[in-house]
Write a protein that binds this ligand. Structure first.
Ligand code: EPU
Length: 413
């Protein structure tokens, strides 16, 4: 990829990866046929499809692109190592399996490029609802009768633990309350689907979610919300390459804090009905950022923001408060000439006039996208390897960027 001319045109935003994966797991709660619309064609969705297939469901796409999941009466309650190892979000089948089968055998996810990522919050909550666990040979086995509603307080508002416990509690006996629940729009999307399936849930999107257990759920058709991280990625692209682009099919209200930061950095943003137009006149200005659970600035935006800060005017501190180890991409940005120092969980970013194209390696989804974006503004050619990480979360990434005028090609599959 070469330094690009200013970007122009419009791009359609895909359905949210971090919603779709959980909506797919929710389909396990209701025997019959679930149809999910706007599910992106990405590797992580394919892996979740394999997880559901291993559990006994049938997964396919219908001619209009909807993902069709046929869930049998009896599930095979095992999430195997080969799949959980590829994608830790597979653990969201734990809640539905306990609810449906009273038993689940789920491989323990290992560490990853963000460092240590335990699932203790999930397990403690399932335990409070009445499940008991043994861990052996790398698997956690959970057993329960019908789960029983309880008031549960999360130590941290974990996104996936909130999803998992929601799905476990919808058919529990009595009332479950999750205090300090994650408030992400994707949690609200999952709750919306569960409610359509017959669940009784109130408060999703706030830090107190109340779930009144019902006896059974039925399958539904549901449309996934737009992917705010993909949207942020194209905003970062225009931040780096300049120009003016329109994002179609977005929910700007899911991105308030990010949009505020980008405006402070000097981006012009016009919010339309389901669209956003962003343009850049002059060089971006530096601004401090700190990641937090929603509605704070998402940790998934941070590699993109740090990339923008590395060519902005001034010095900024970017603090990581969600995943202590999420700094792997910074060494790669340094290879491109970025001036970034790490102090504990803070990155001090001194803006340079321009980055310098270099071969770099993607080590996770968002870091990979950020390195591609960095290449759009770098002098000369940037070659990003490890693109399979980008494929995990982005549908047609290269094609969409090319459609906006970026000089980018993909050489290997
Ligand atoms: N945590 C624990 N114990 C737990 C669960 C989480 O200590 O049982 C800690 C984690 O180690 C981390 C923090 O809590 O330090 C936050 O983790 P959280 O559980 O909220 O993250 P997640 O649910 O595993 C989801 C997204 C991530 C996104 C984070 C934060 C999915 C599939 N993944 O992960 O997305 O960064 O929330 O918003 O929804 C990505 O899309 O590239 C991605 C990494």
């Amino acid at each position: 990829m070469r330094a690009s001319h200013p970007l122009e045109g419009s791009v359609a935003i895909q359905g949210a990866k971090n919603s779709a994966l959980k909506l797919m797991a929710a389909a396990l709660l209701a025997p019959g046929t679930t149809r999910l619309h706007q599910v992106p064609d990405i590797t992580d969705v394919a892996i979740m499809g394999e997880v559901l297939t291993a559990i006994g469901a049938e997964v396919s796409r219908d001619p209009d692109g909807a993902l069709v999941i046929s869930t049998p009466e009896e599930l095979i309650p095992v999430a195997p190592y080969e799949l959980v190892e590829k994608m830790r979000a597979s653990v969201v089948v734990f809640g539905p399996l306990l609810a449906r089968q009273g038993f689940a055998r789920v491989s323990l996810p290992g560490g990853d490029d963000f460092g240590h990522r335990p699932i203790d919050i999930h397990l403690r909550a399932f335990g409070e609802l009445g499940a008991s666990f043994v861990t052996e040979h790398g698997y956690v086995e959970g057993r329960c009768g019908r789960l029983v509603g309880r008031e549960i307080a999360f130590e941290f508002p974990s996104h996936t633990a909130t999803d998992n416990v929601l799905m476990a509690a919808v058919t529990a006996r009595g009332t479950t309350v999750i205090e300090n629940a994650a408030r992400e729009p994707e949690v609200q999307d999952l709750a919306a689907m569960l409610i359509a399936m017959g669940a009784q849930i109130s408060g999703a999107g706030t830090s107190r979610i109340e779930i009144e257990g019902v006896d059974a759920l039925h399958p539904v058709d549901h449309t996934t919300i737009p992917d705010r991280v993909e949207a942020a990625t194209f905003l970062a692209a225009v931040g780096i390459a300049g120009g003016s682009i329109t994002l179609d099919g977005v929910r700007p209200e899911h991105m308030d804090m990010l949009l505020e930061k980008l405006v402070t950095m000097g981006m012009s943003i016009h919010r339309g009905e389901g669209s956003l137009t962003a343009s850049i006149g002059e060089r971006l200005r530096s601004v401090d950022i700190a990641t937090l659970p929603y509605p704070g600035v998402a940790t998934d935006y941070k590699p993109l923001l740090v990339t923008m800060l590395s060519v902005a005017n001034g010095v900024a501190i970017a603090s990581e408060n969600v995943f202590a180890g999420r700094f792997g991409y910074i060494d790669e940005l340094r290879r491109m000439g970025a001036d970034i120092t790490i102090e504990g969980h803070h990155a001090i970013v001194r803006g340079r006039d321009q980055l310098s194209g270099a071969p770099v390696r993607a080590r996770d989804i968002r870091a990979g996208a950020a390195l591609v974006i960095a290449g759009l503004g770098a002098d000369g050619v940037t070659e990003v390897s490890g693109v399979e990480h980008i494929d995990r979360g982005y549908e047609l990434f290269v094609e969409k960027l090319r459609g906006l005028g970026a000089e980018i090609t993909r050489e290997f599959d």
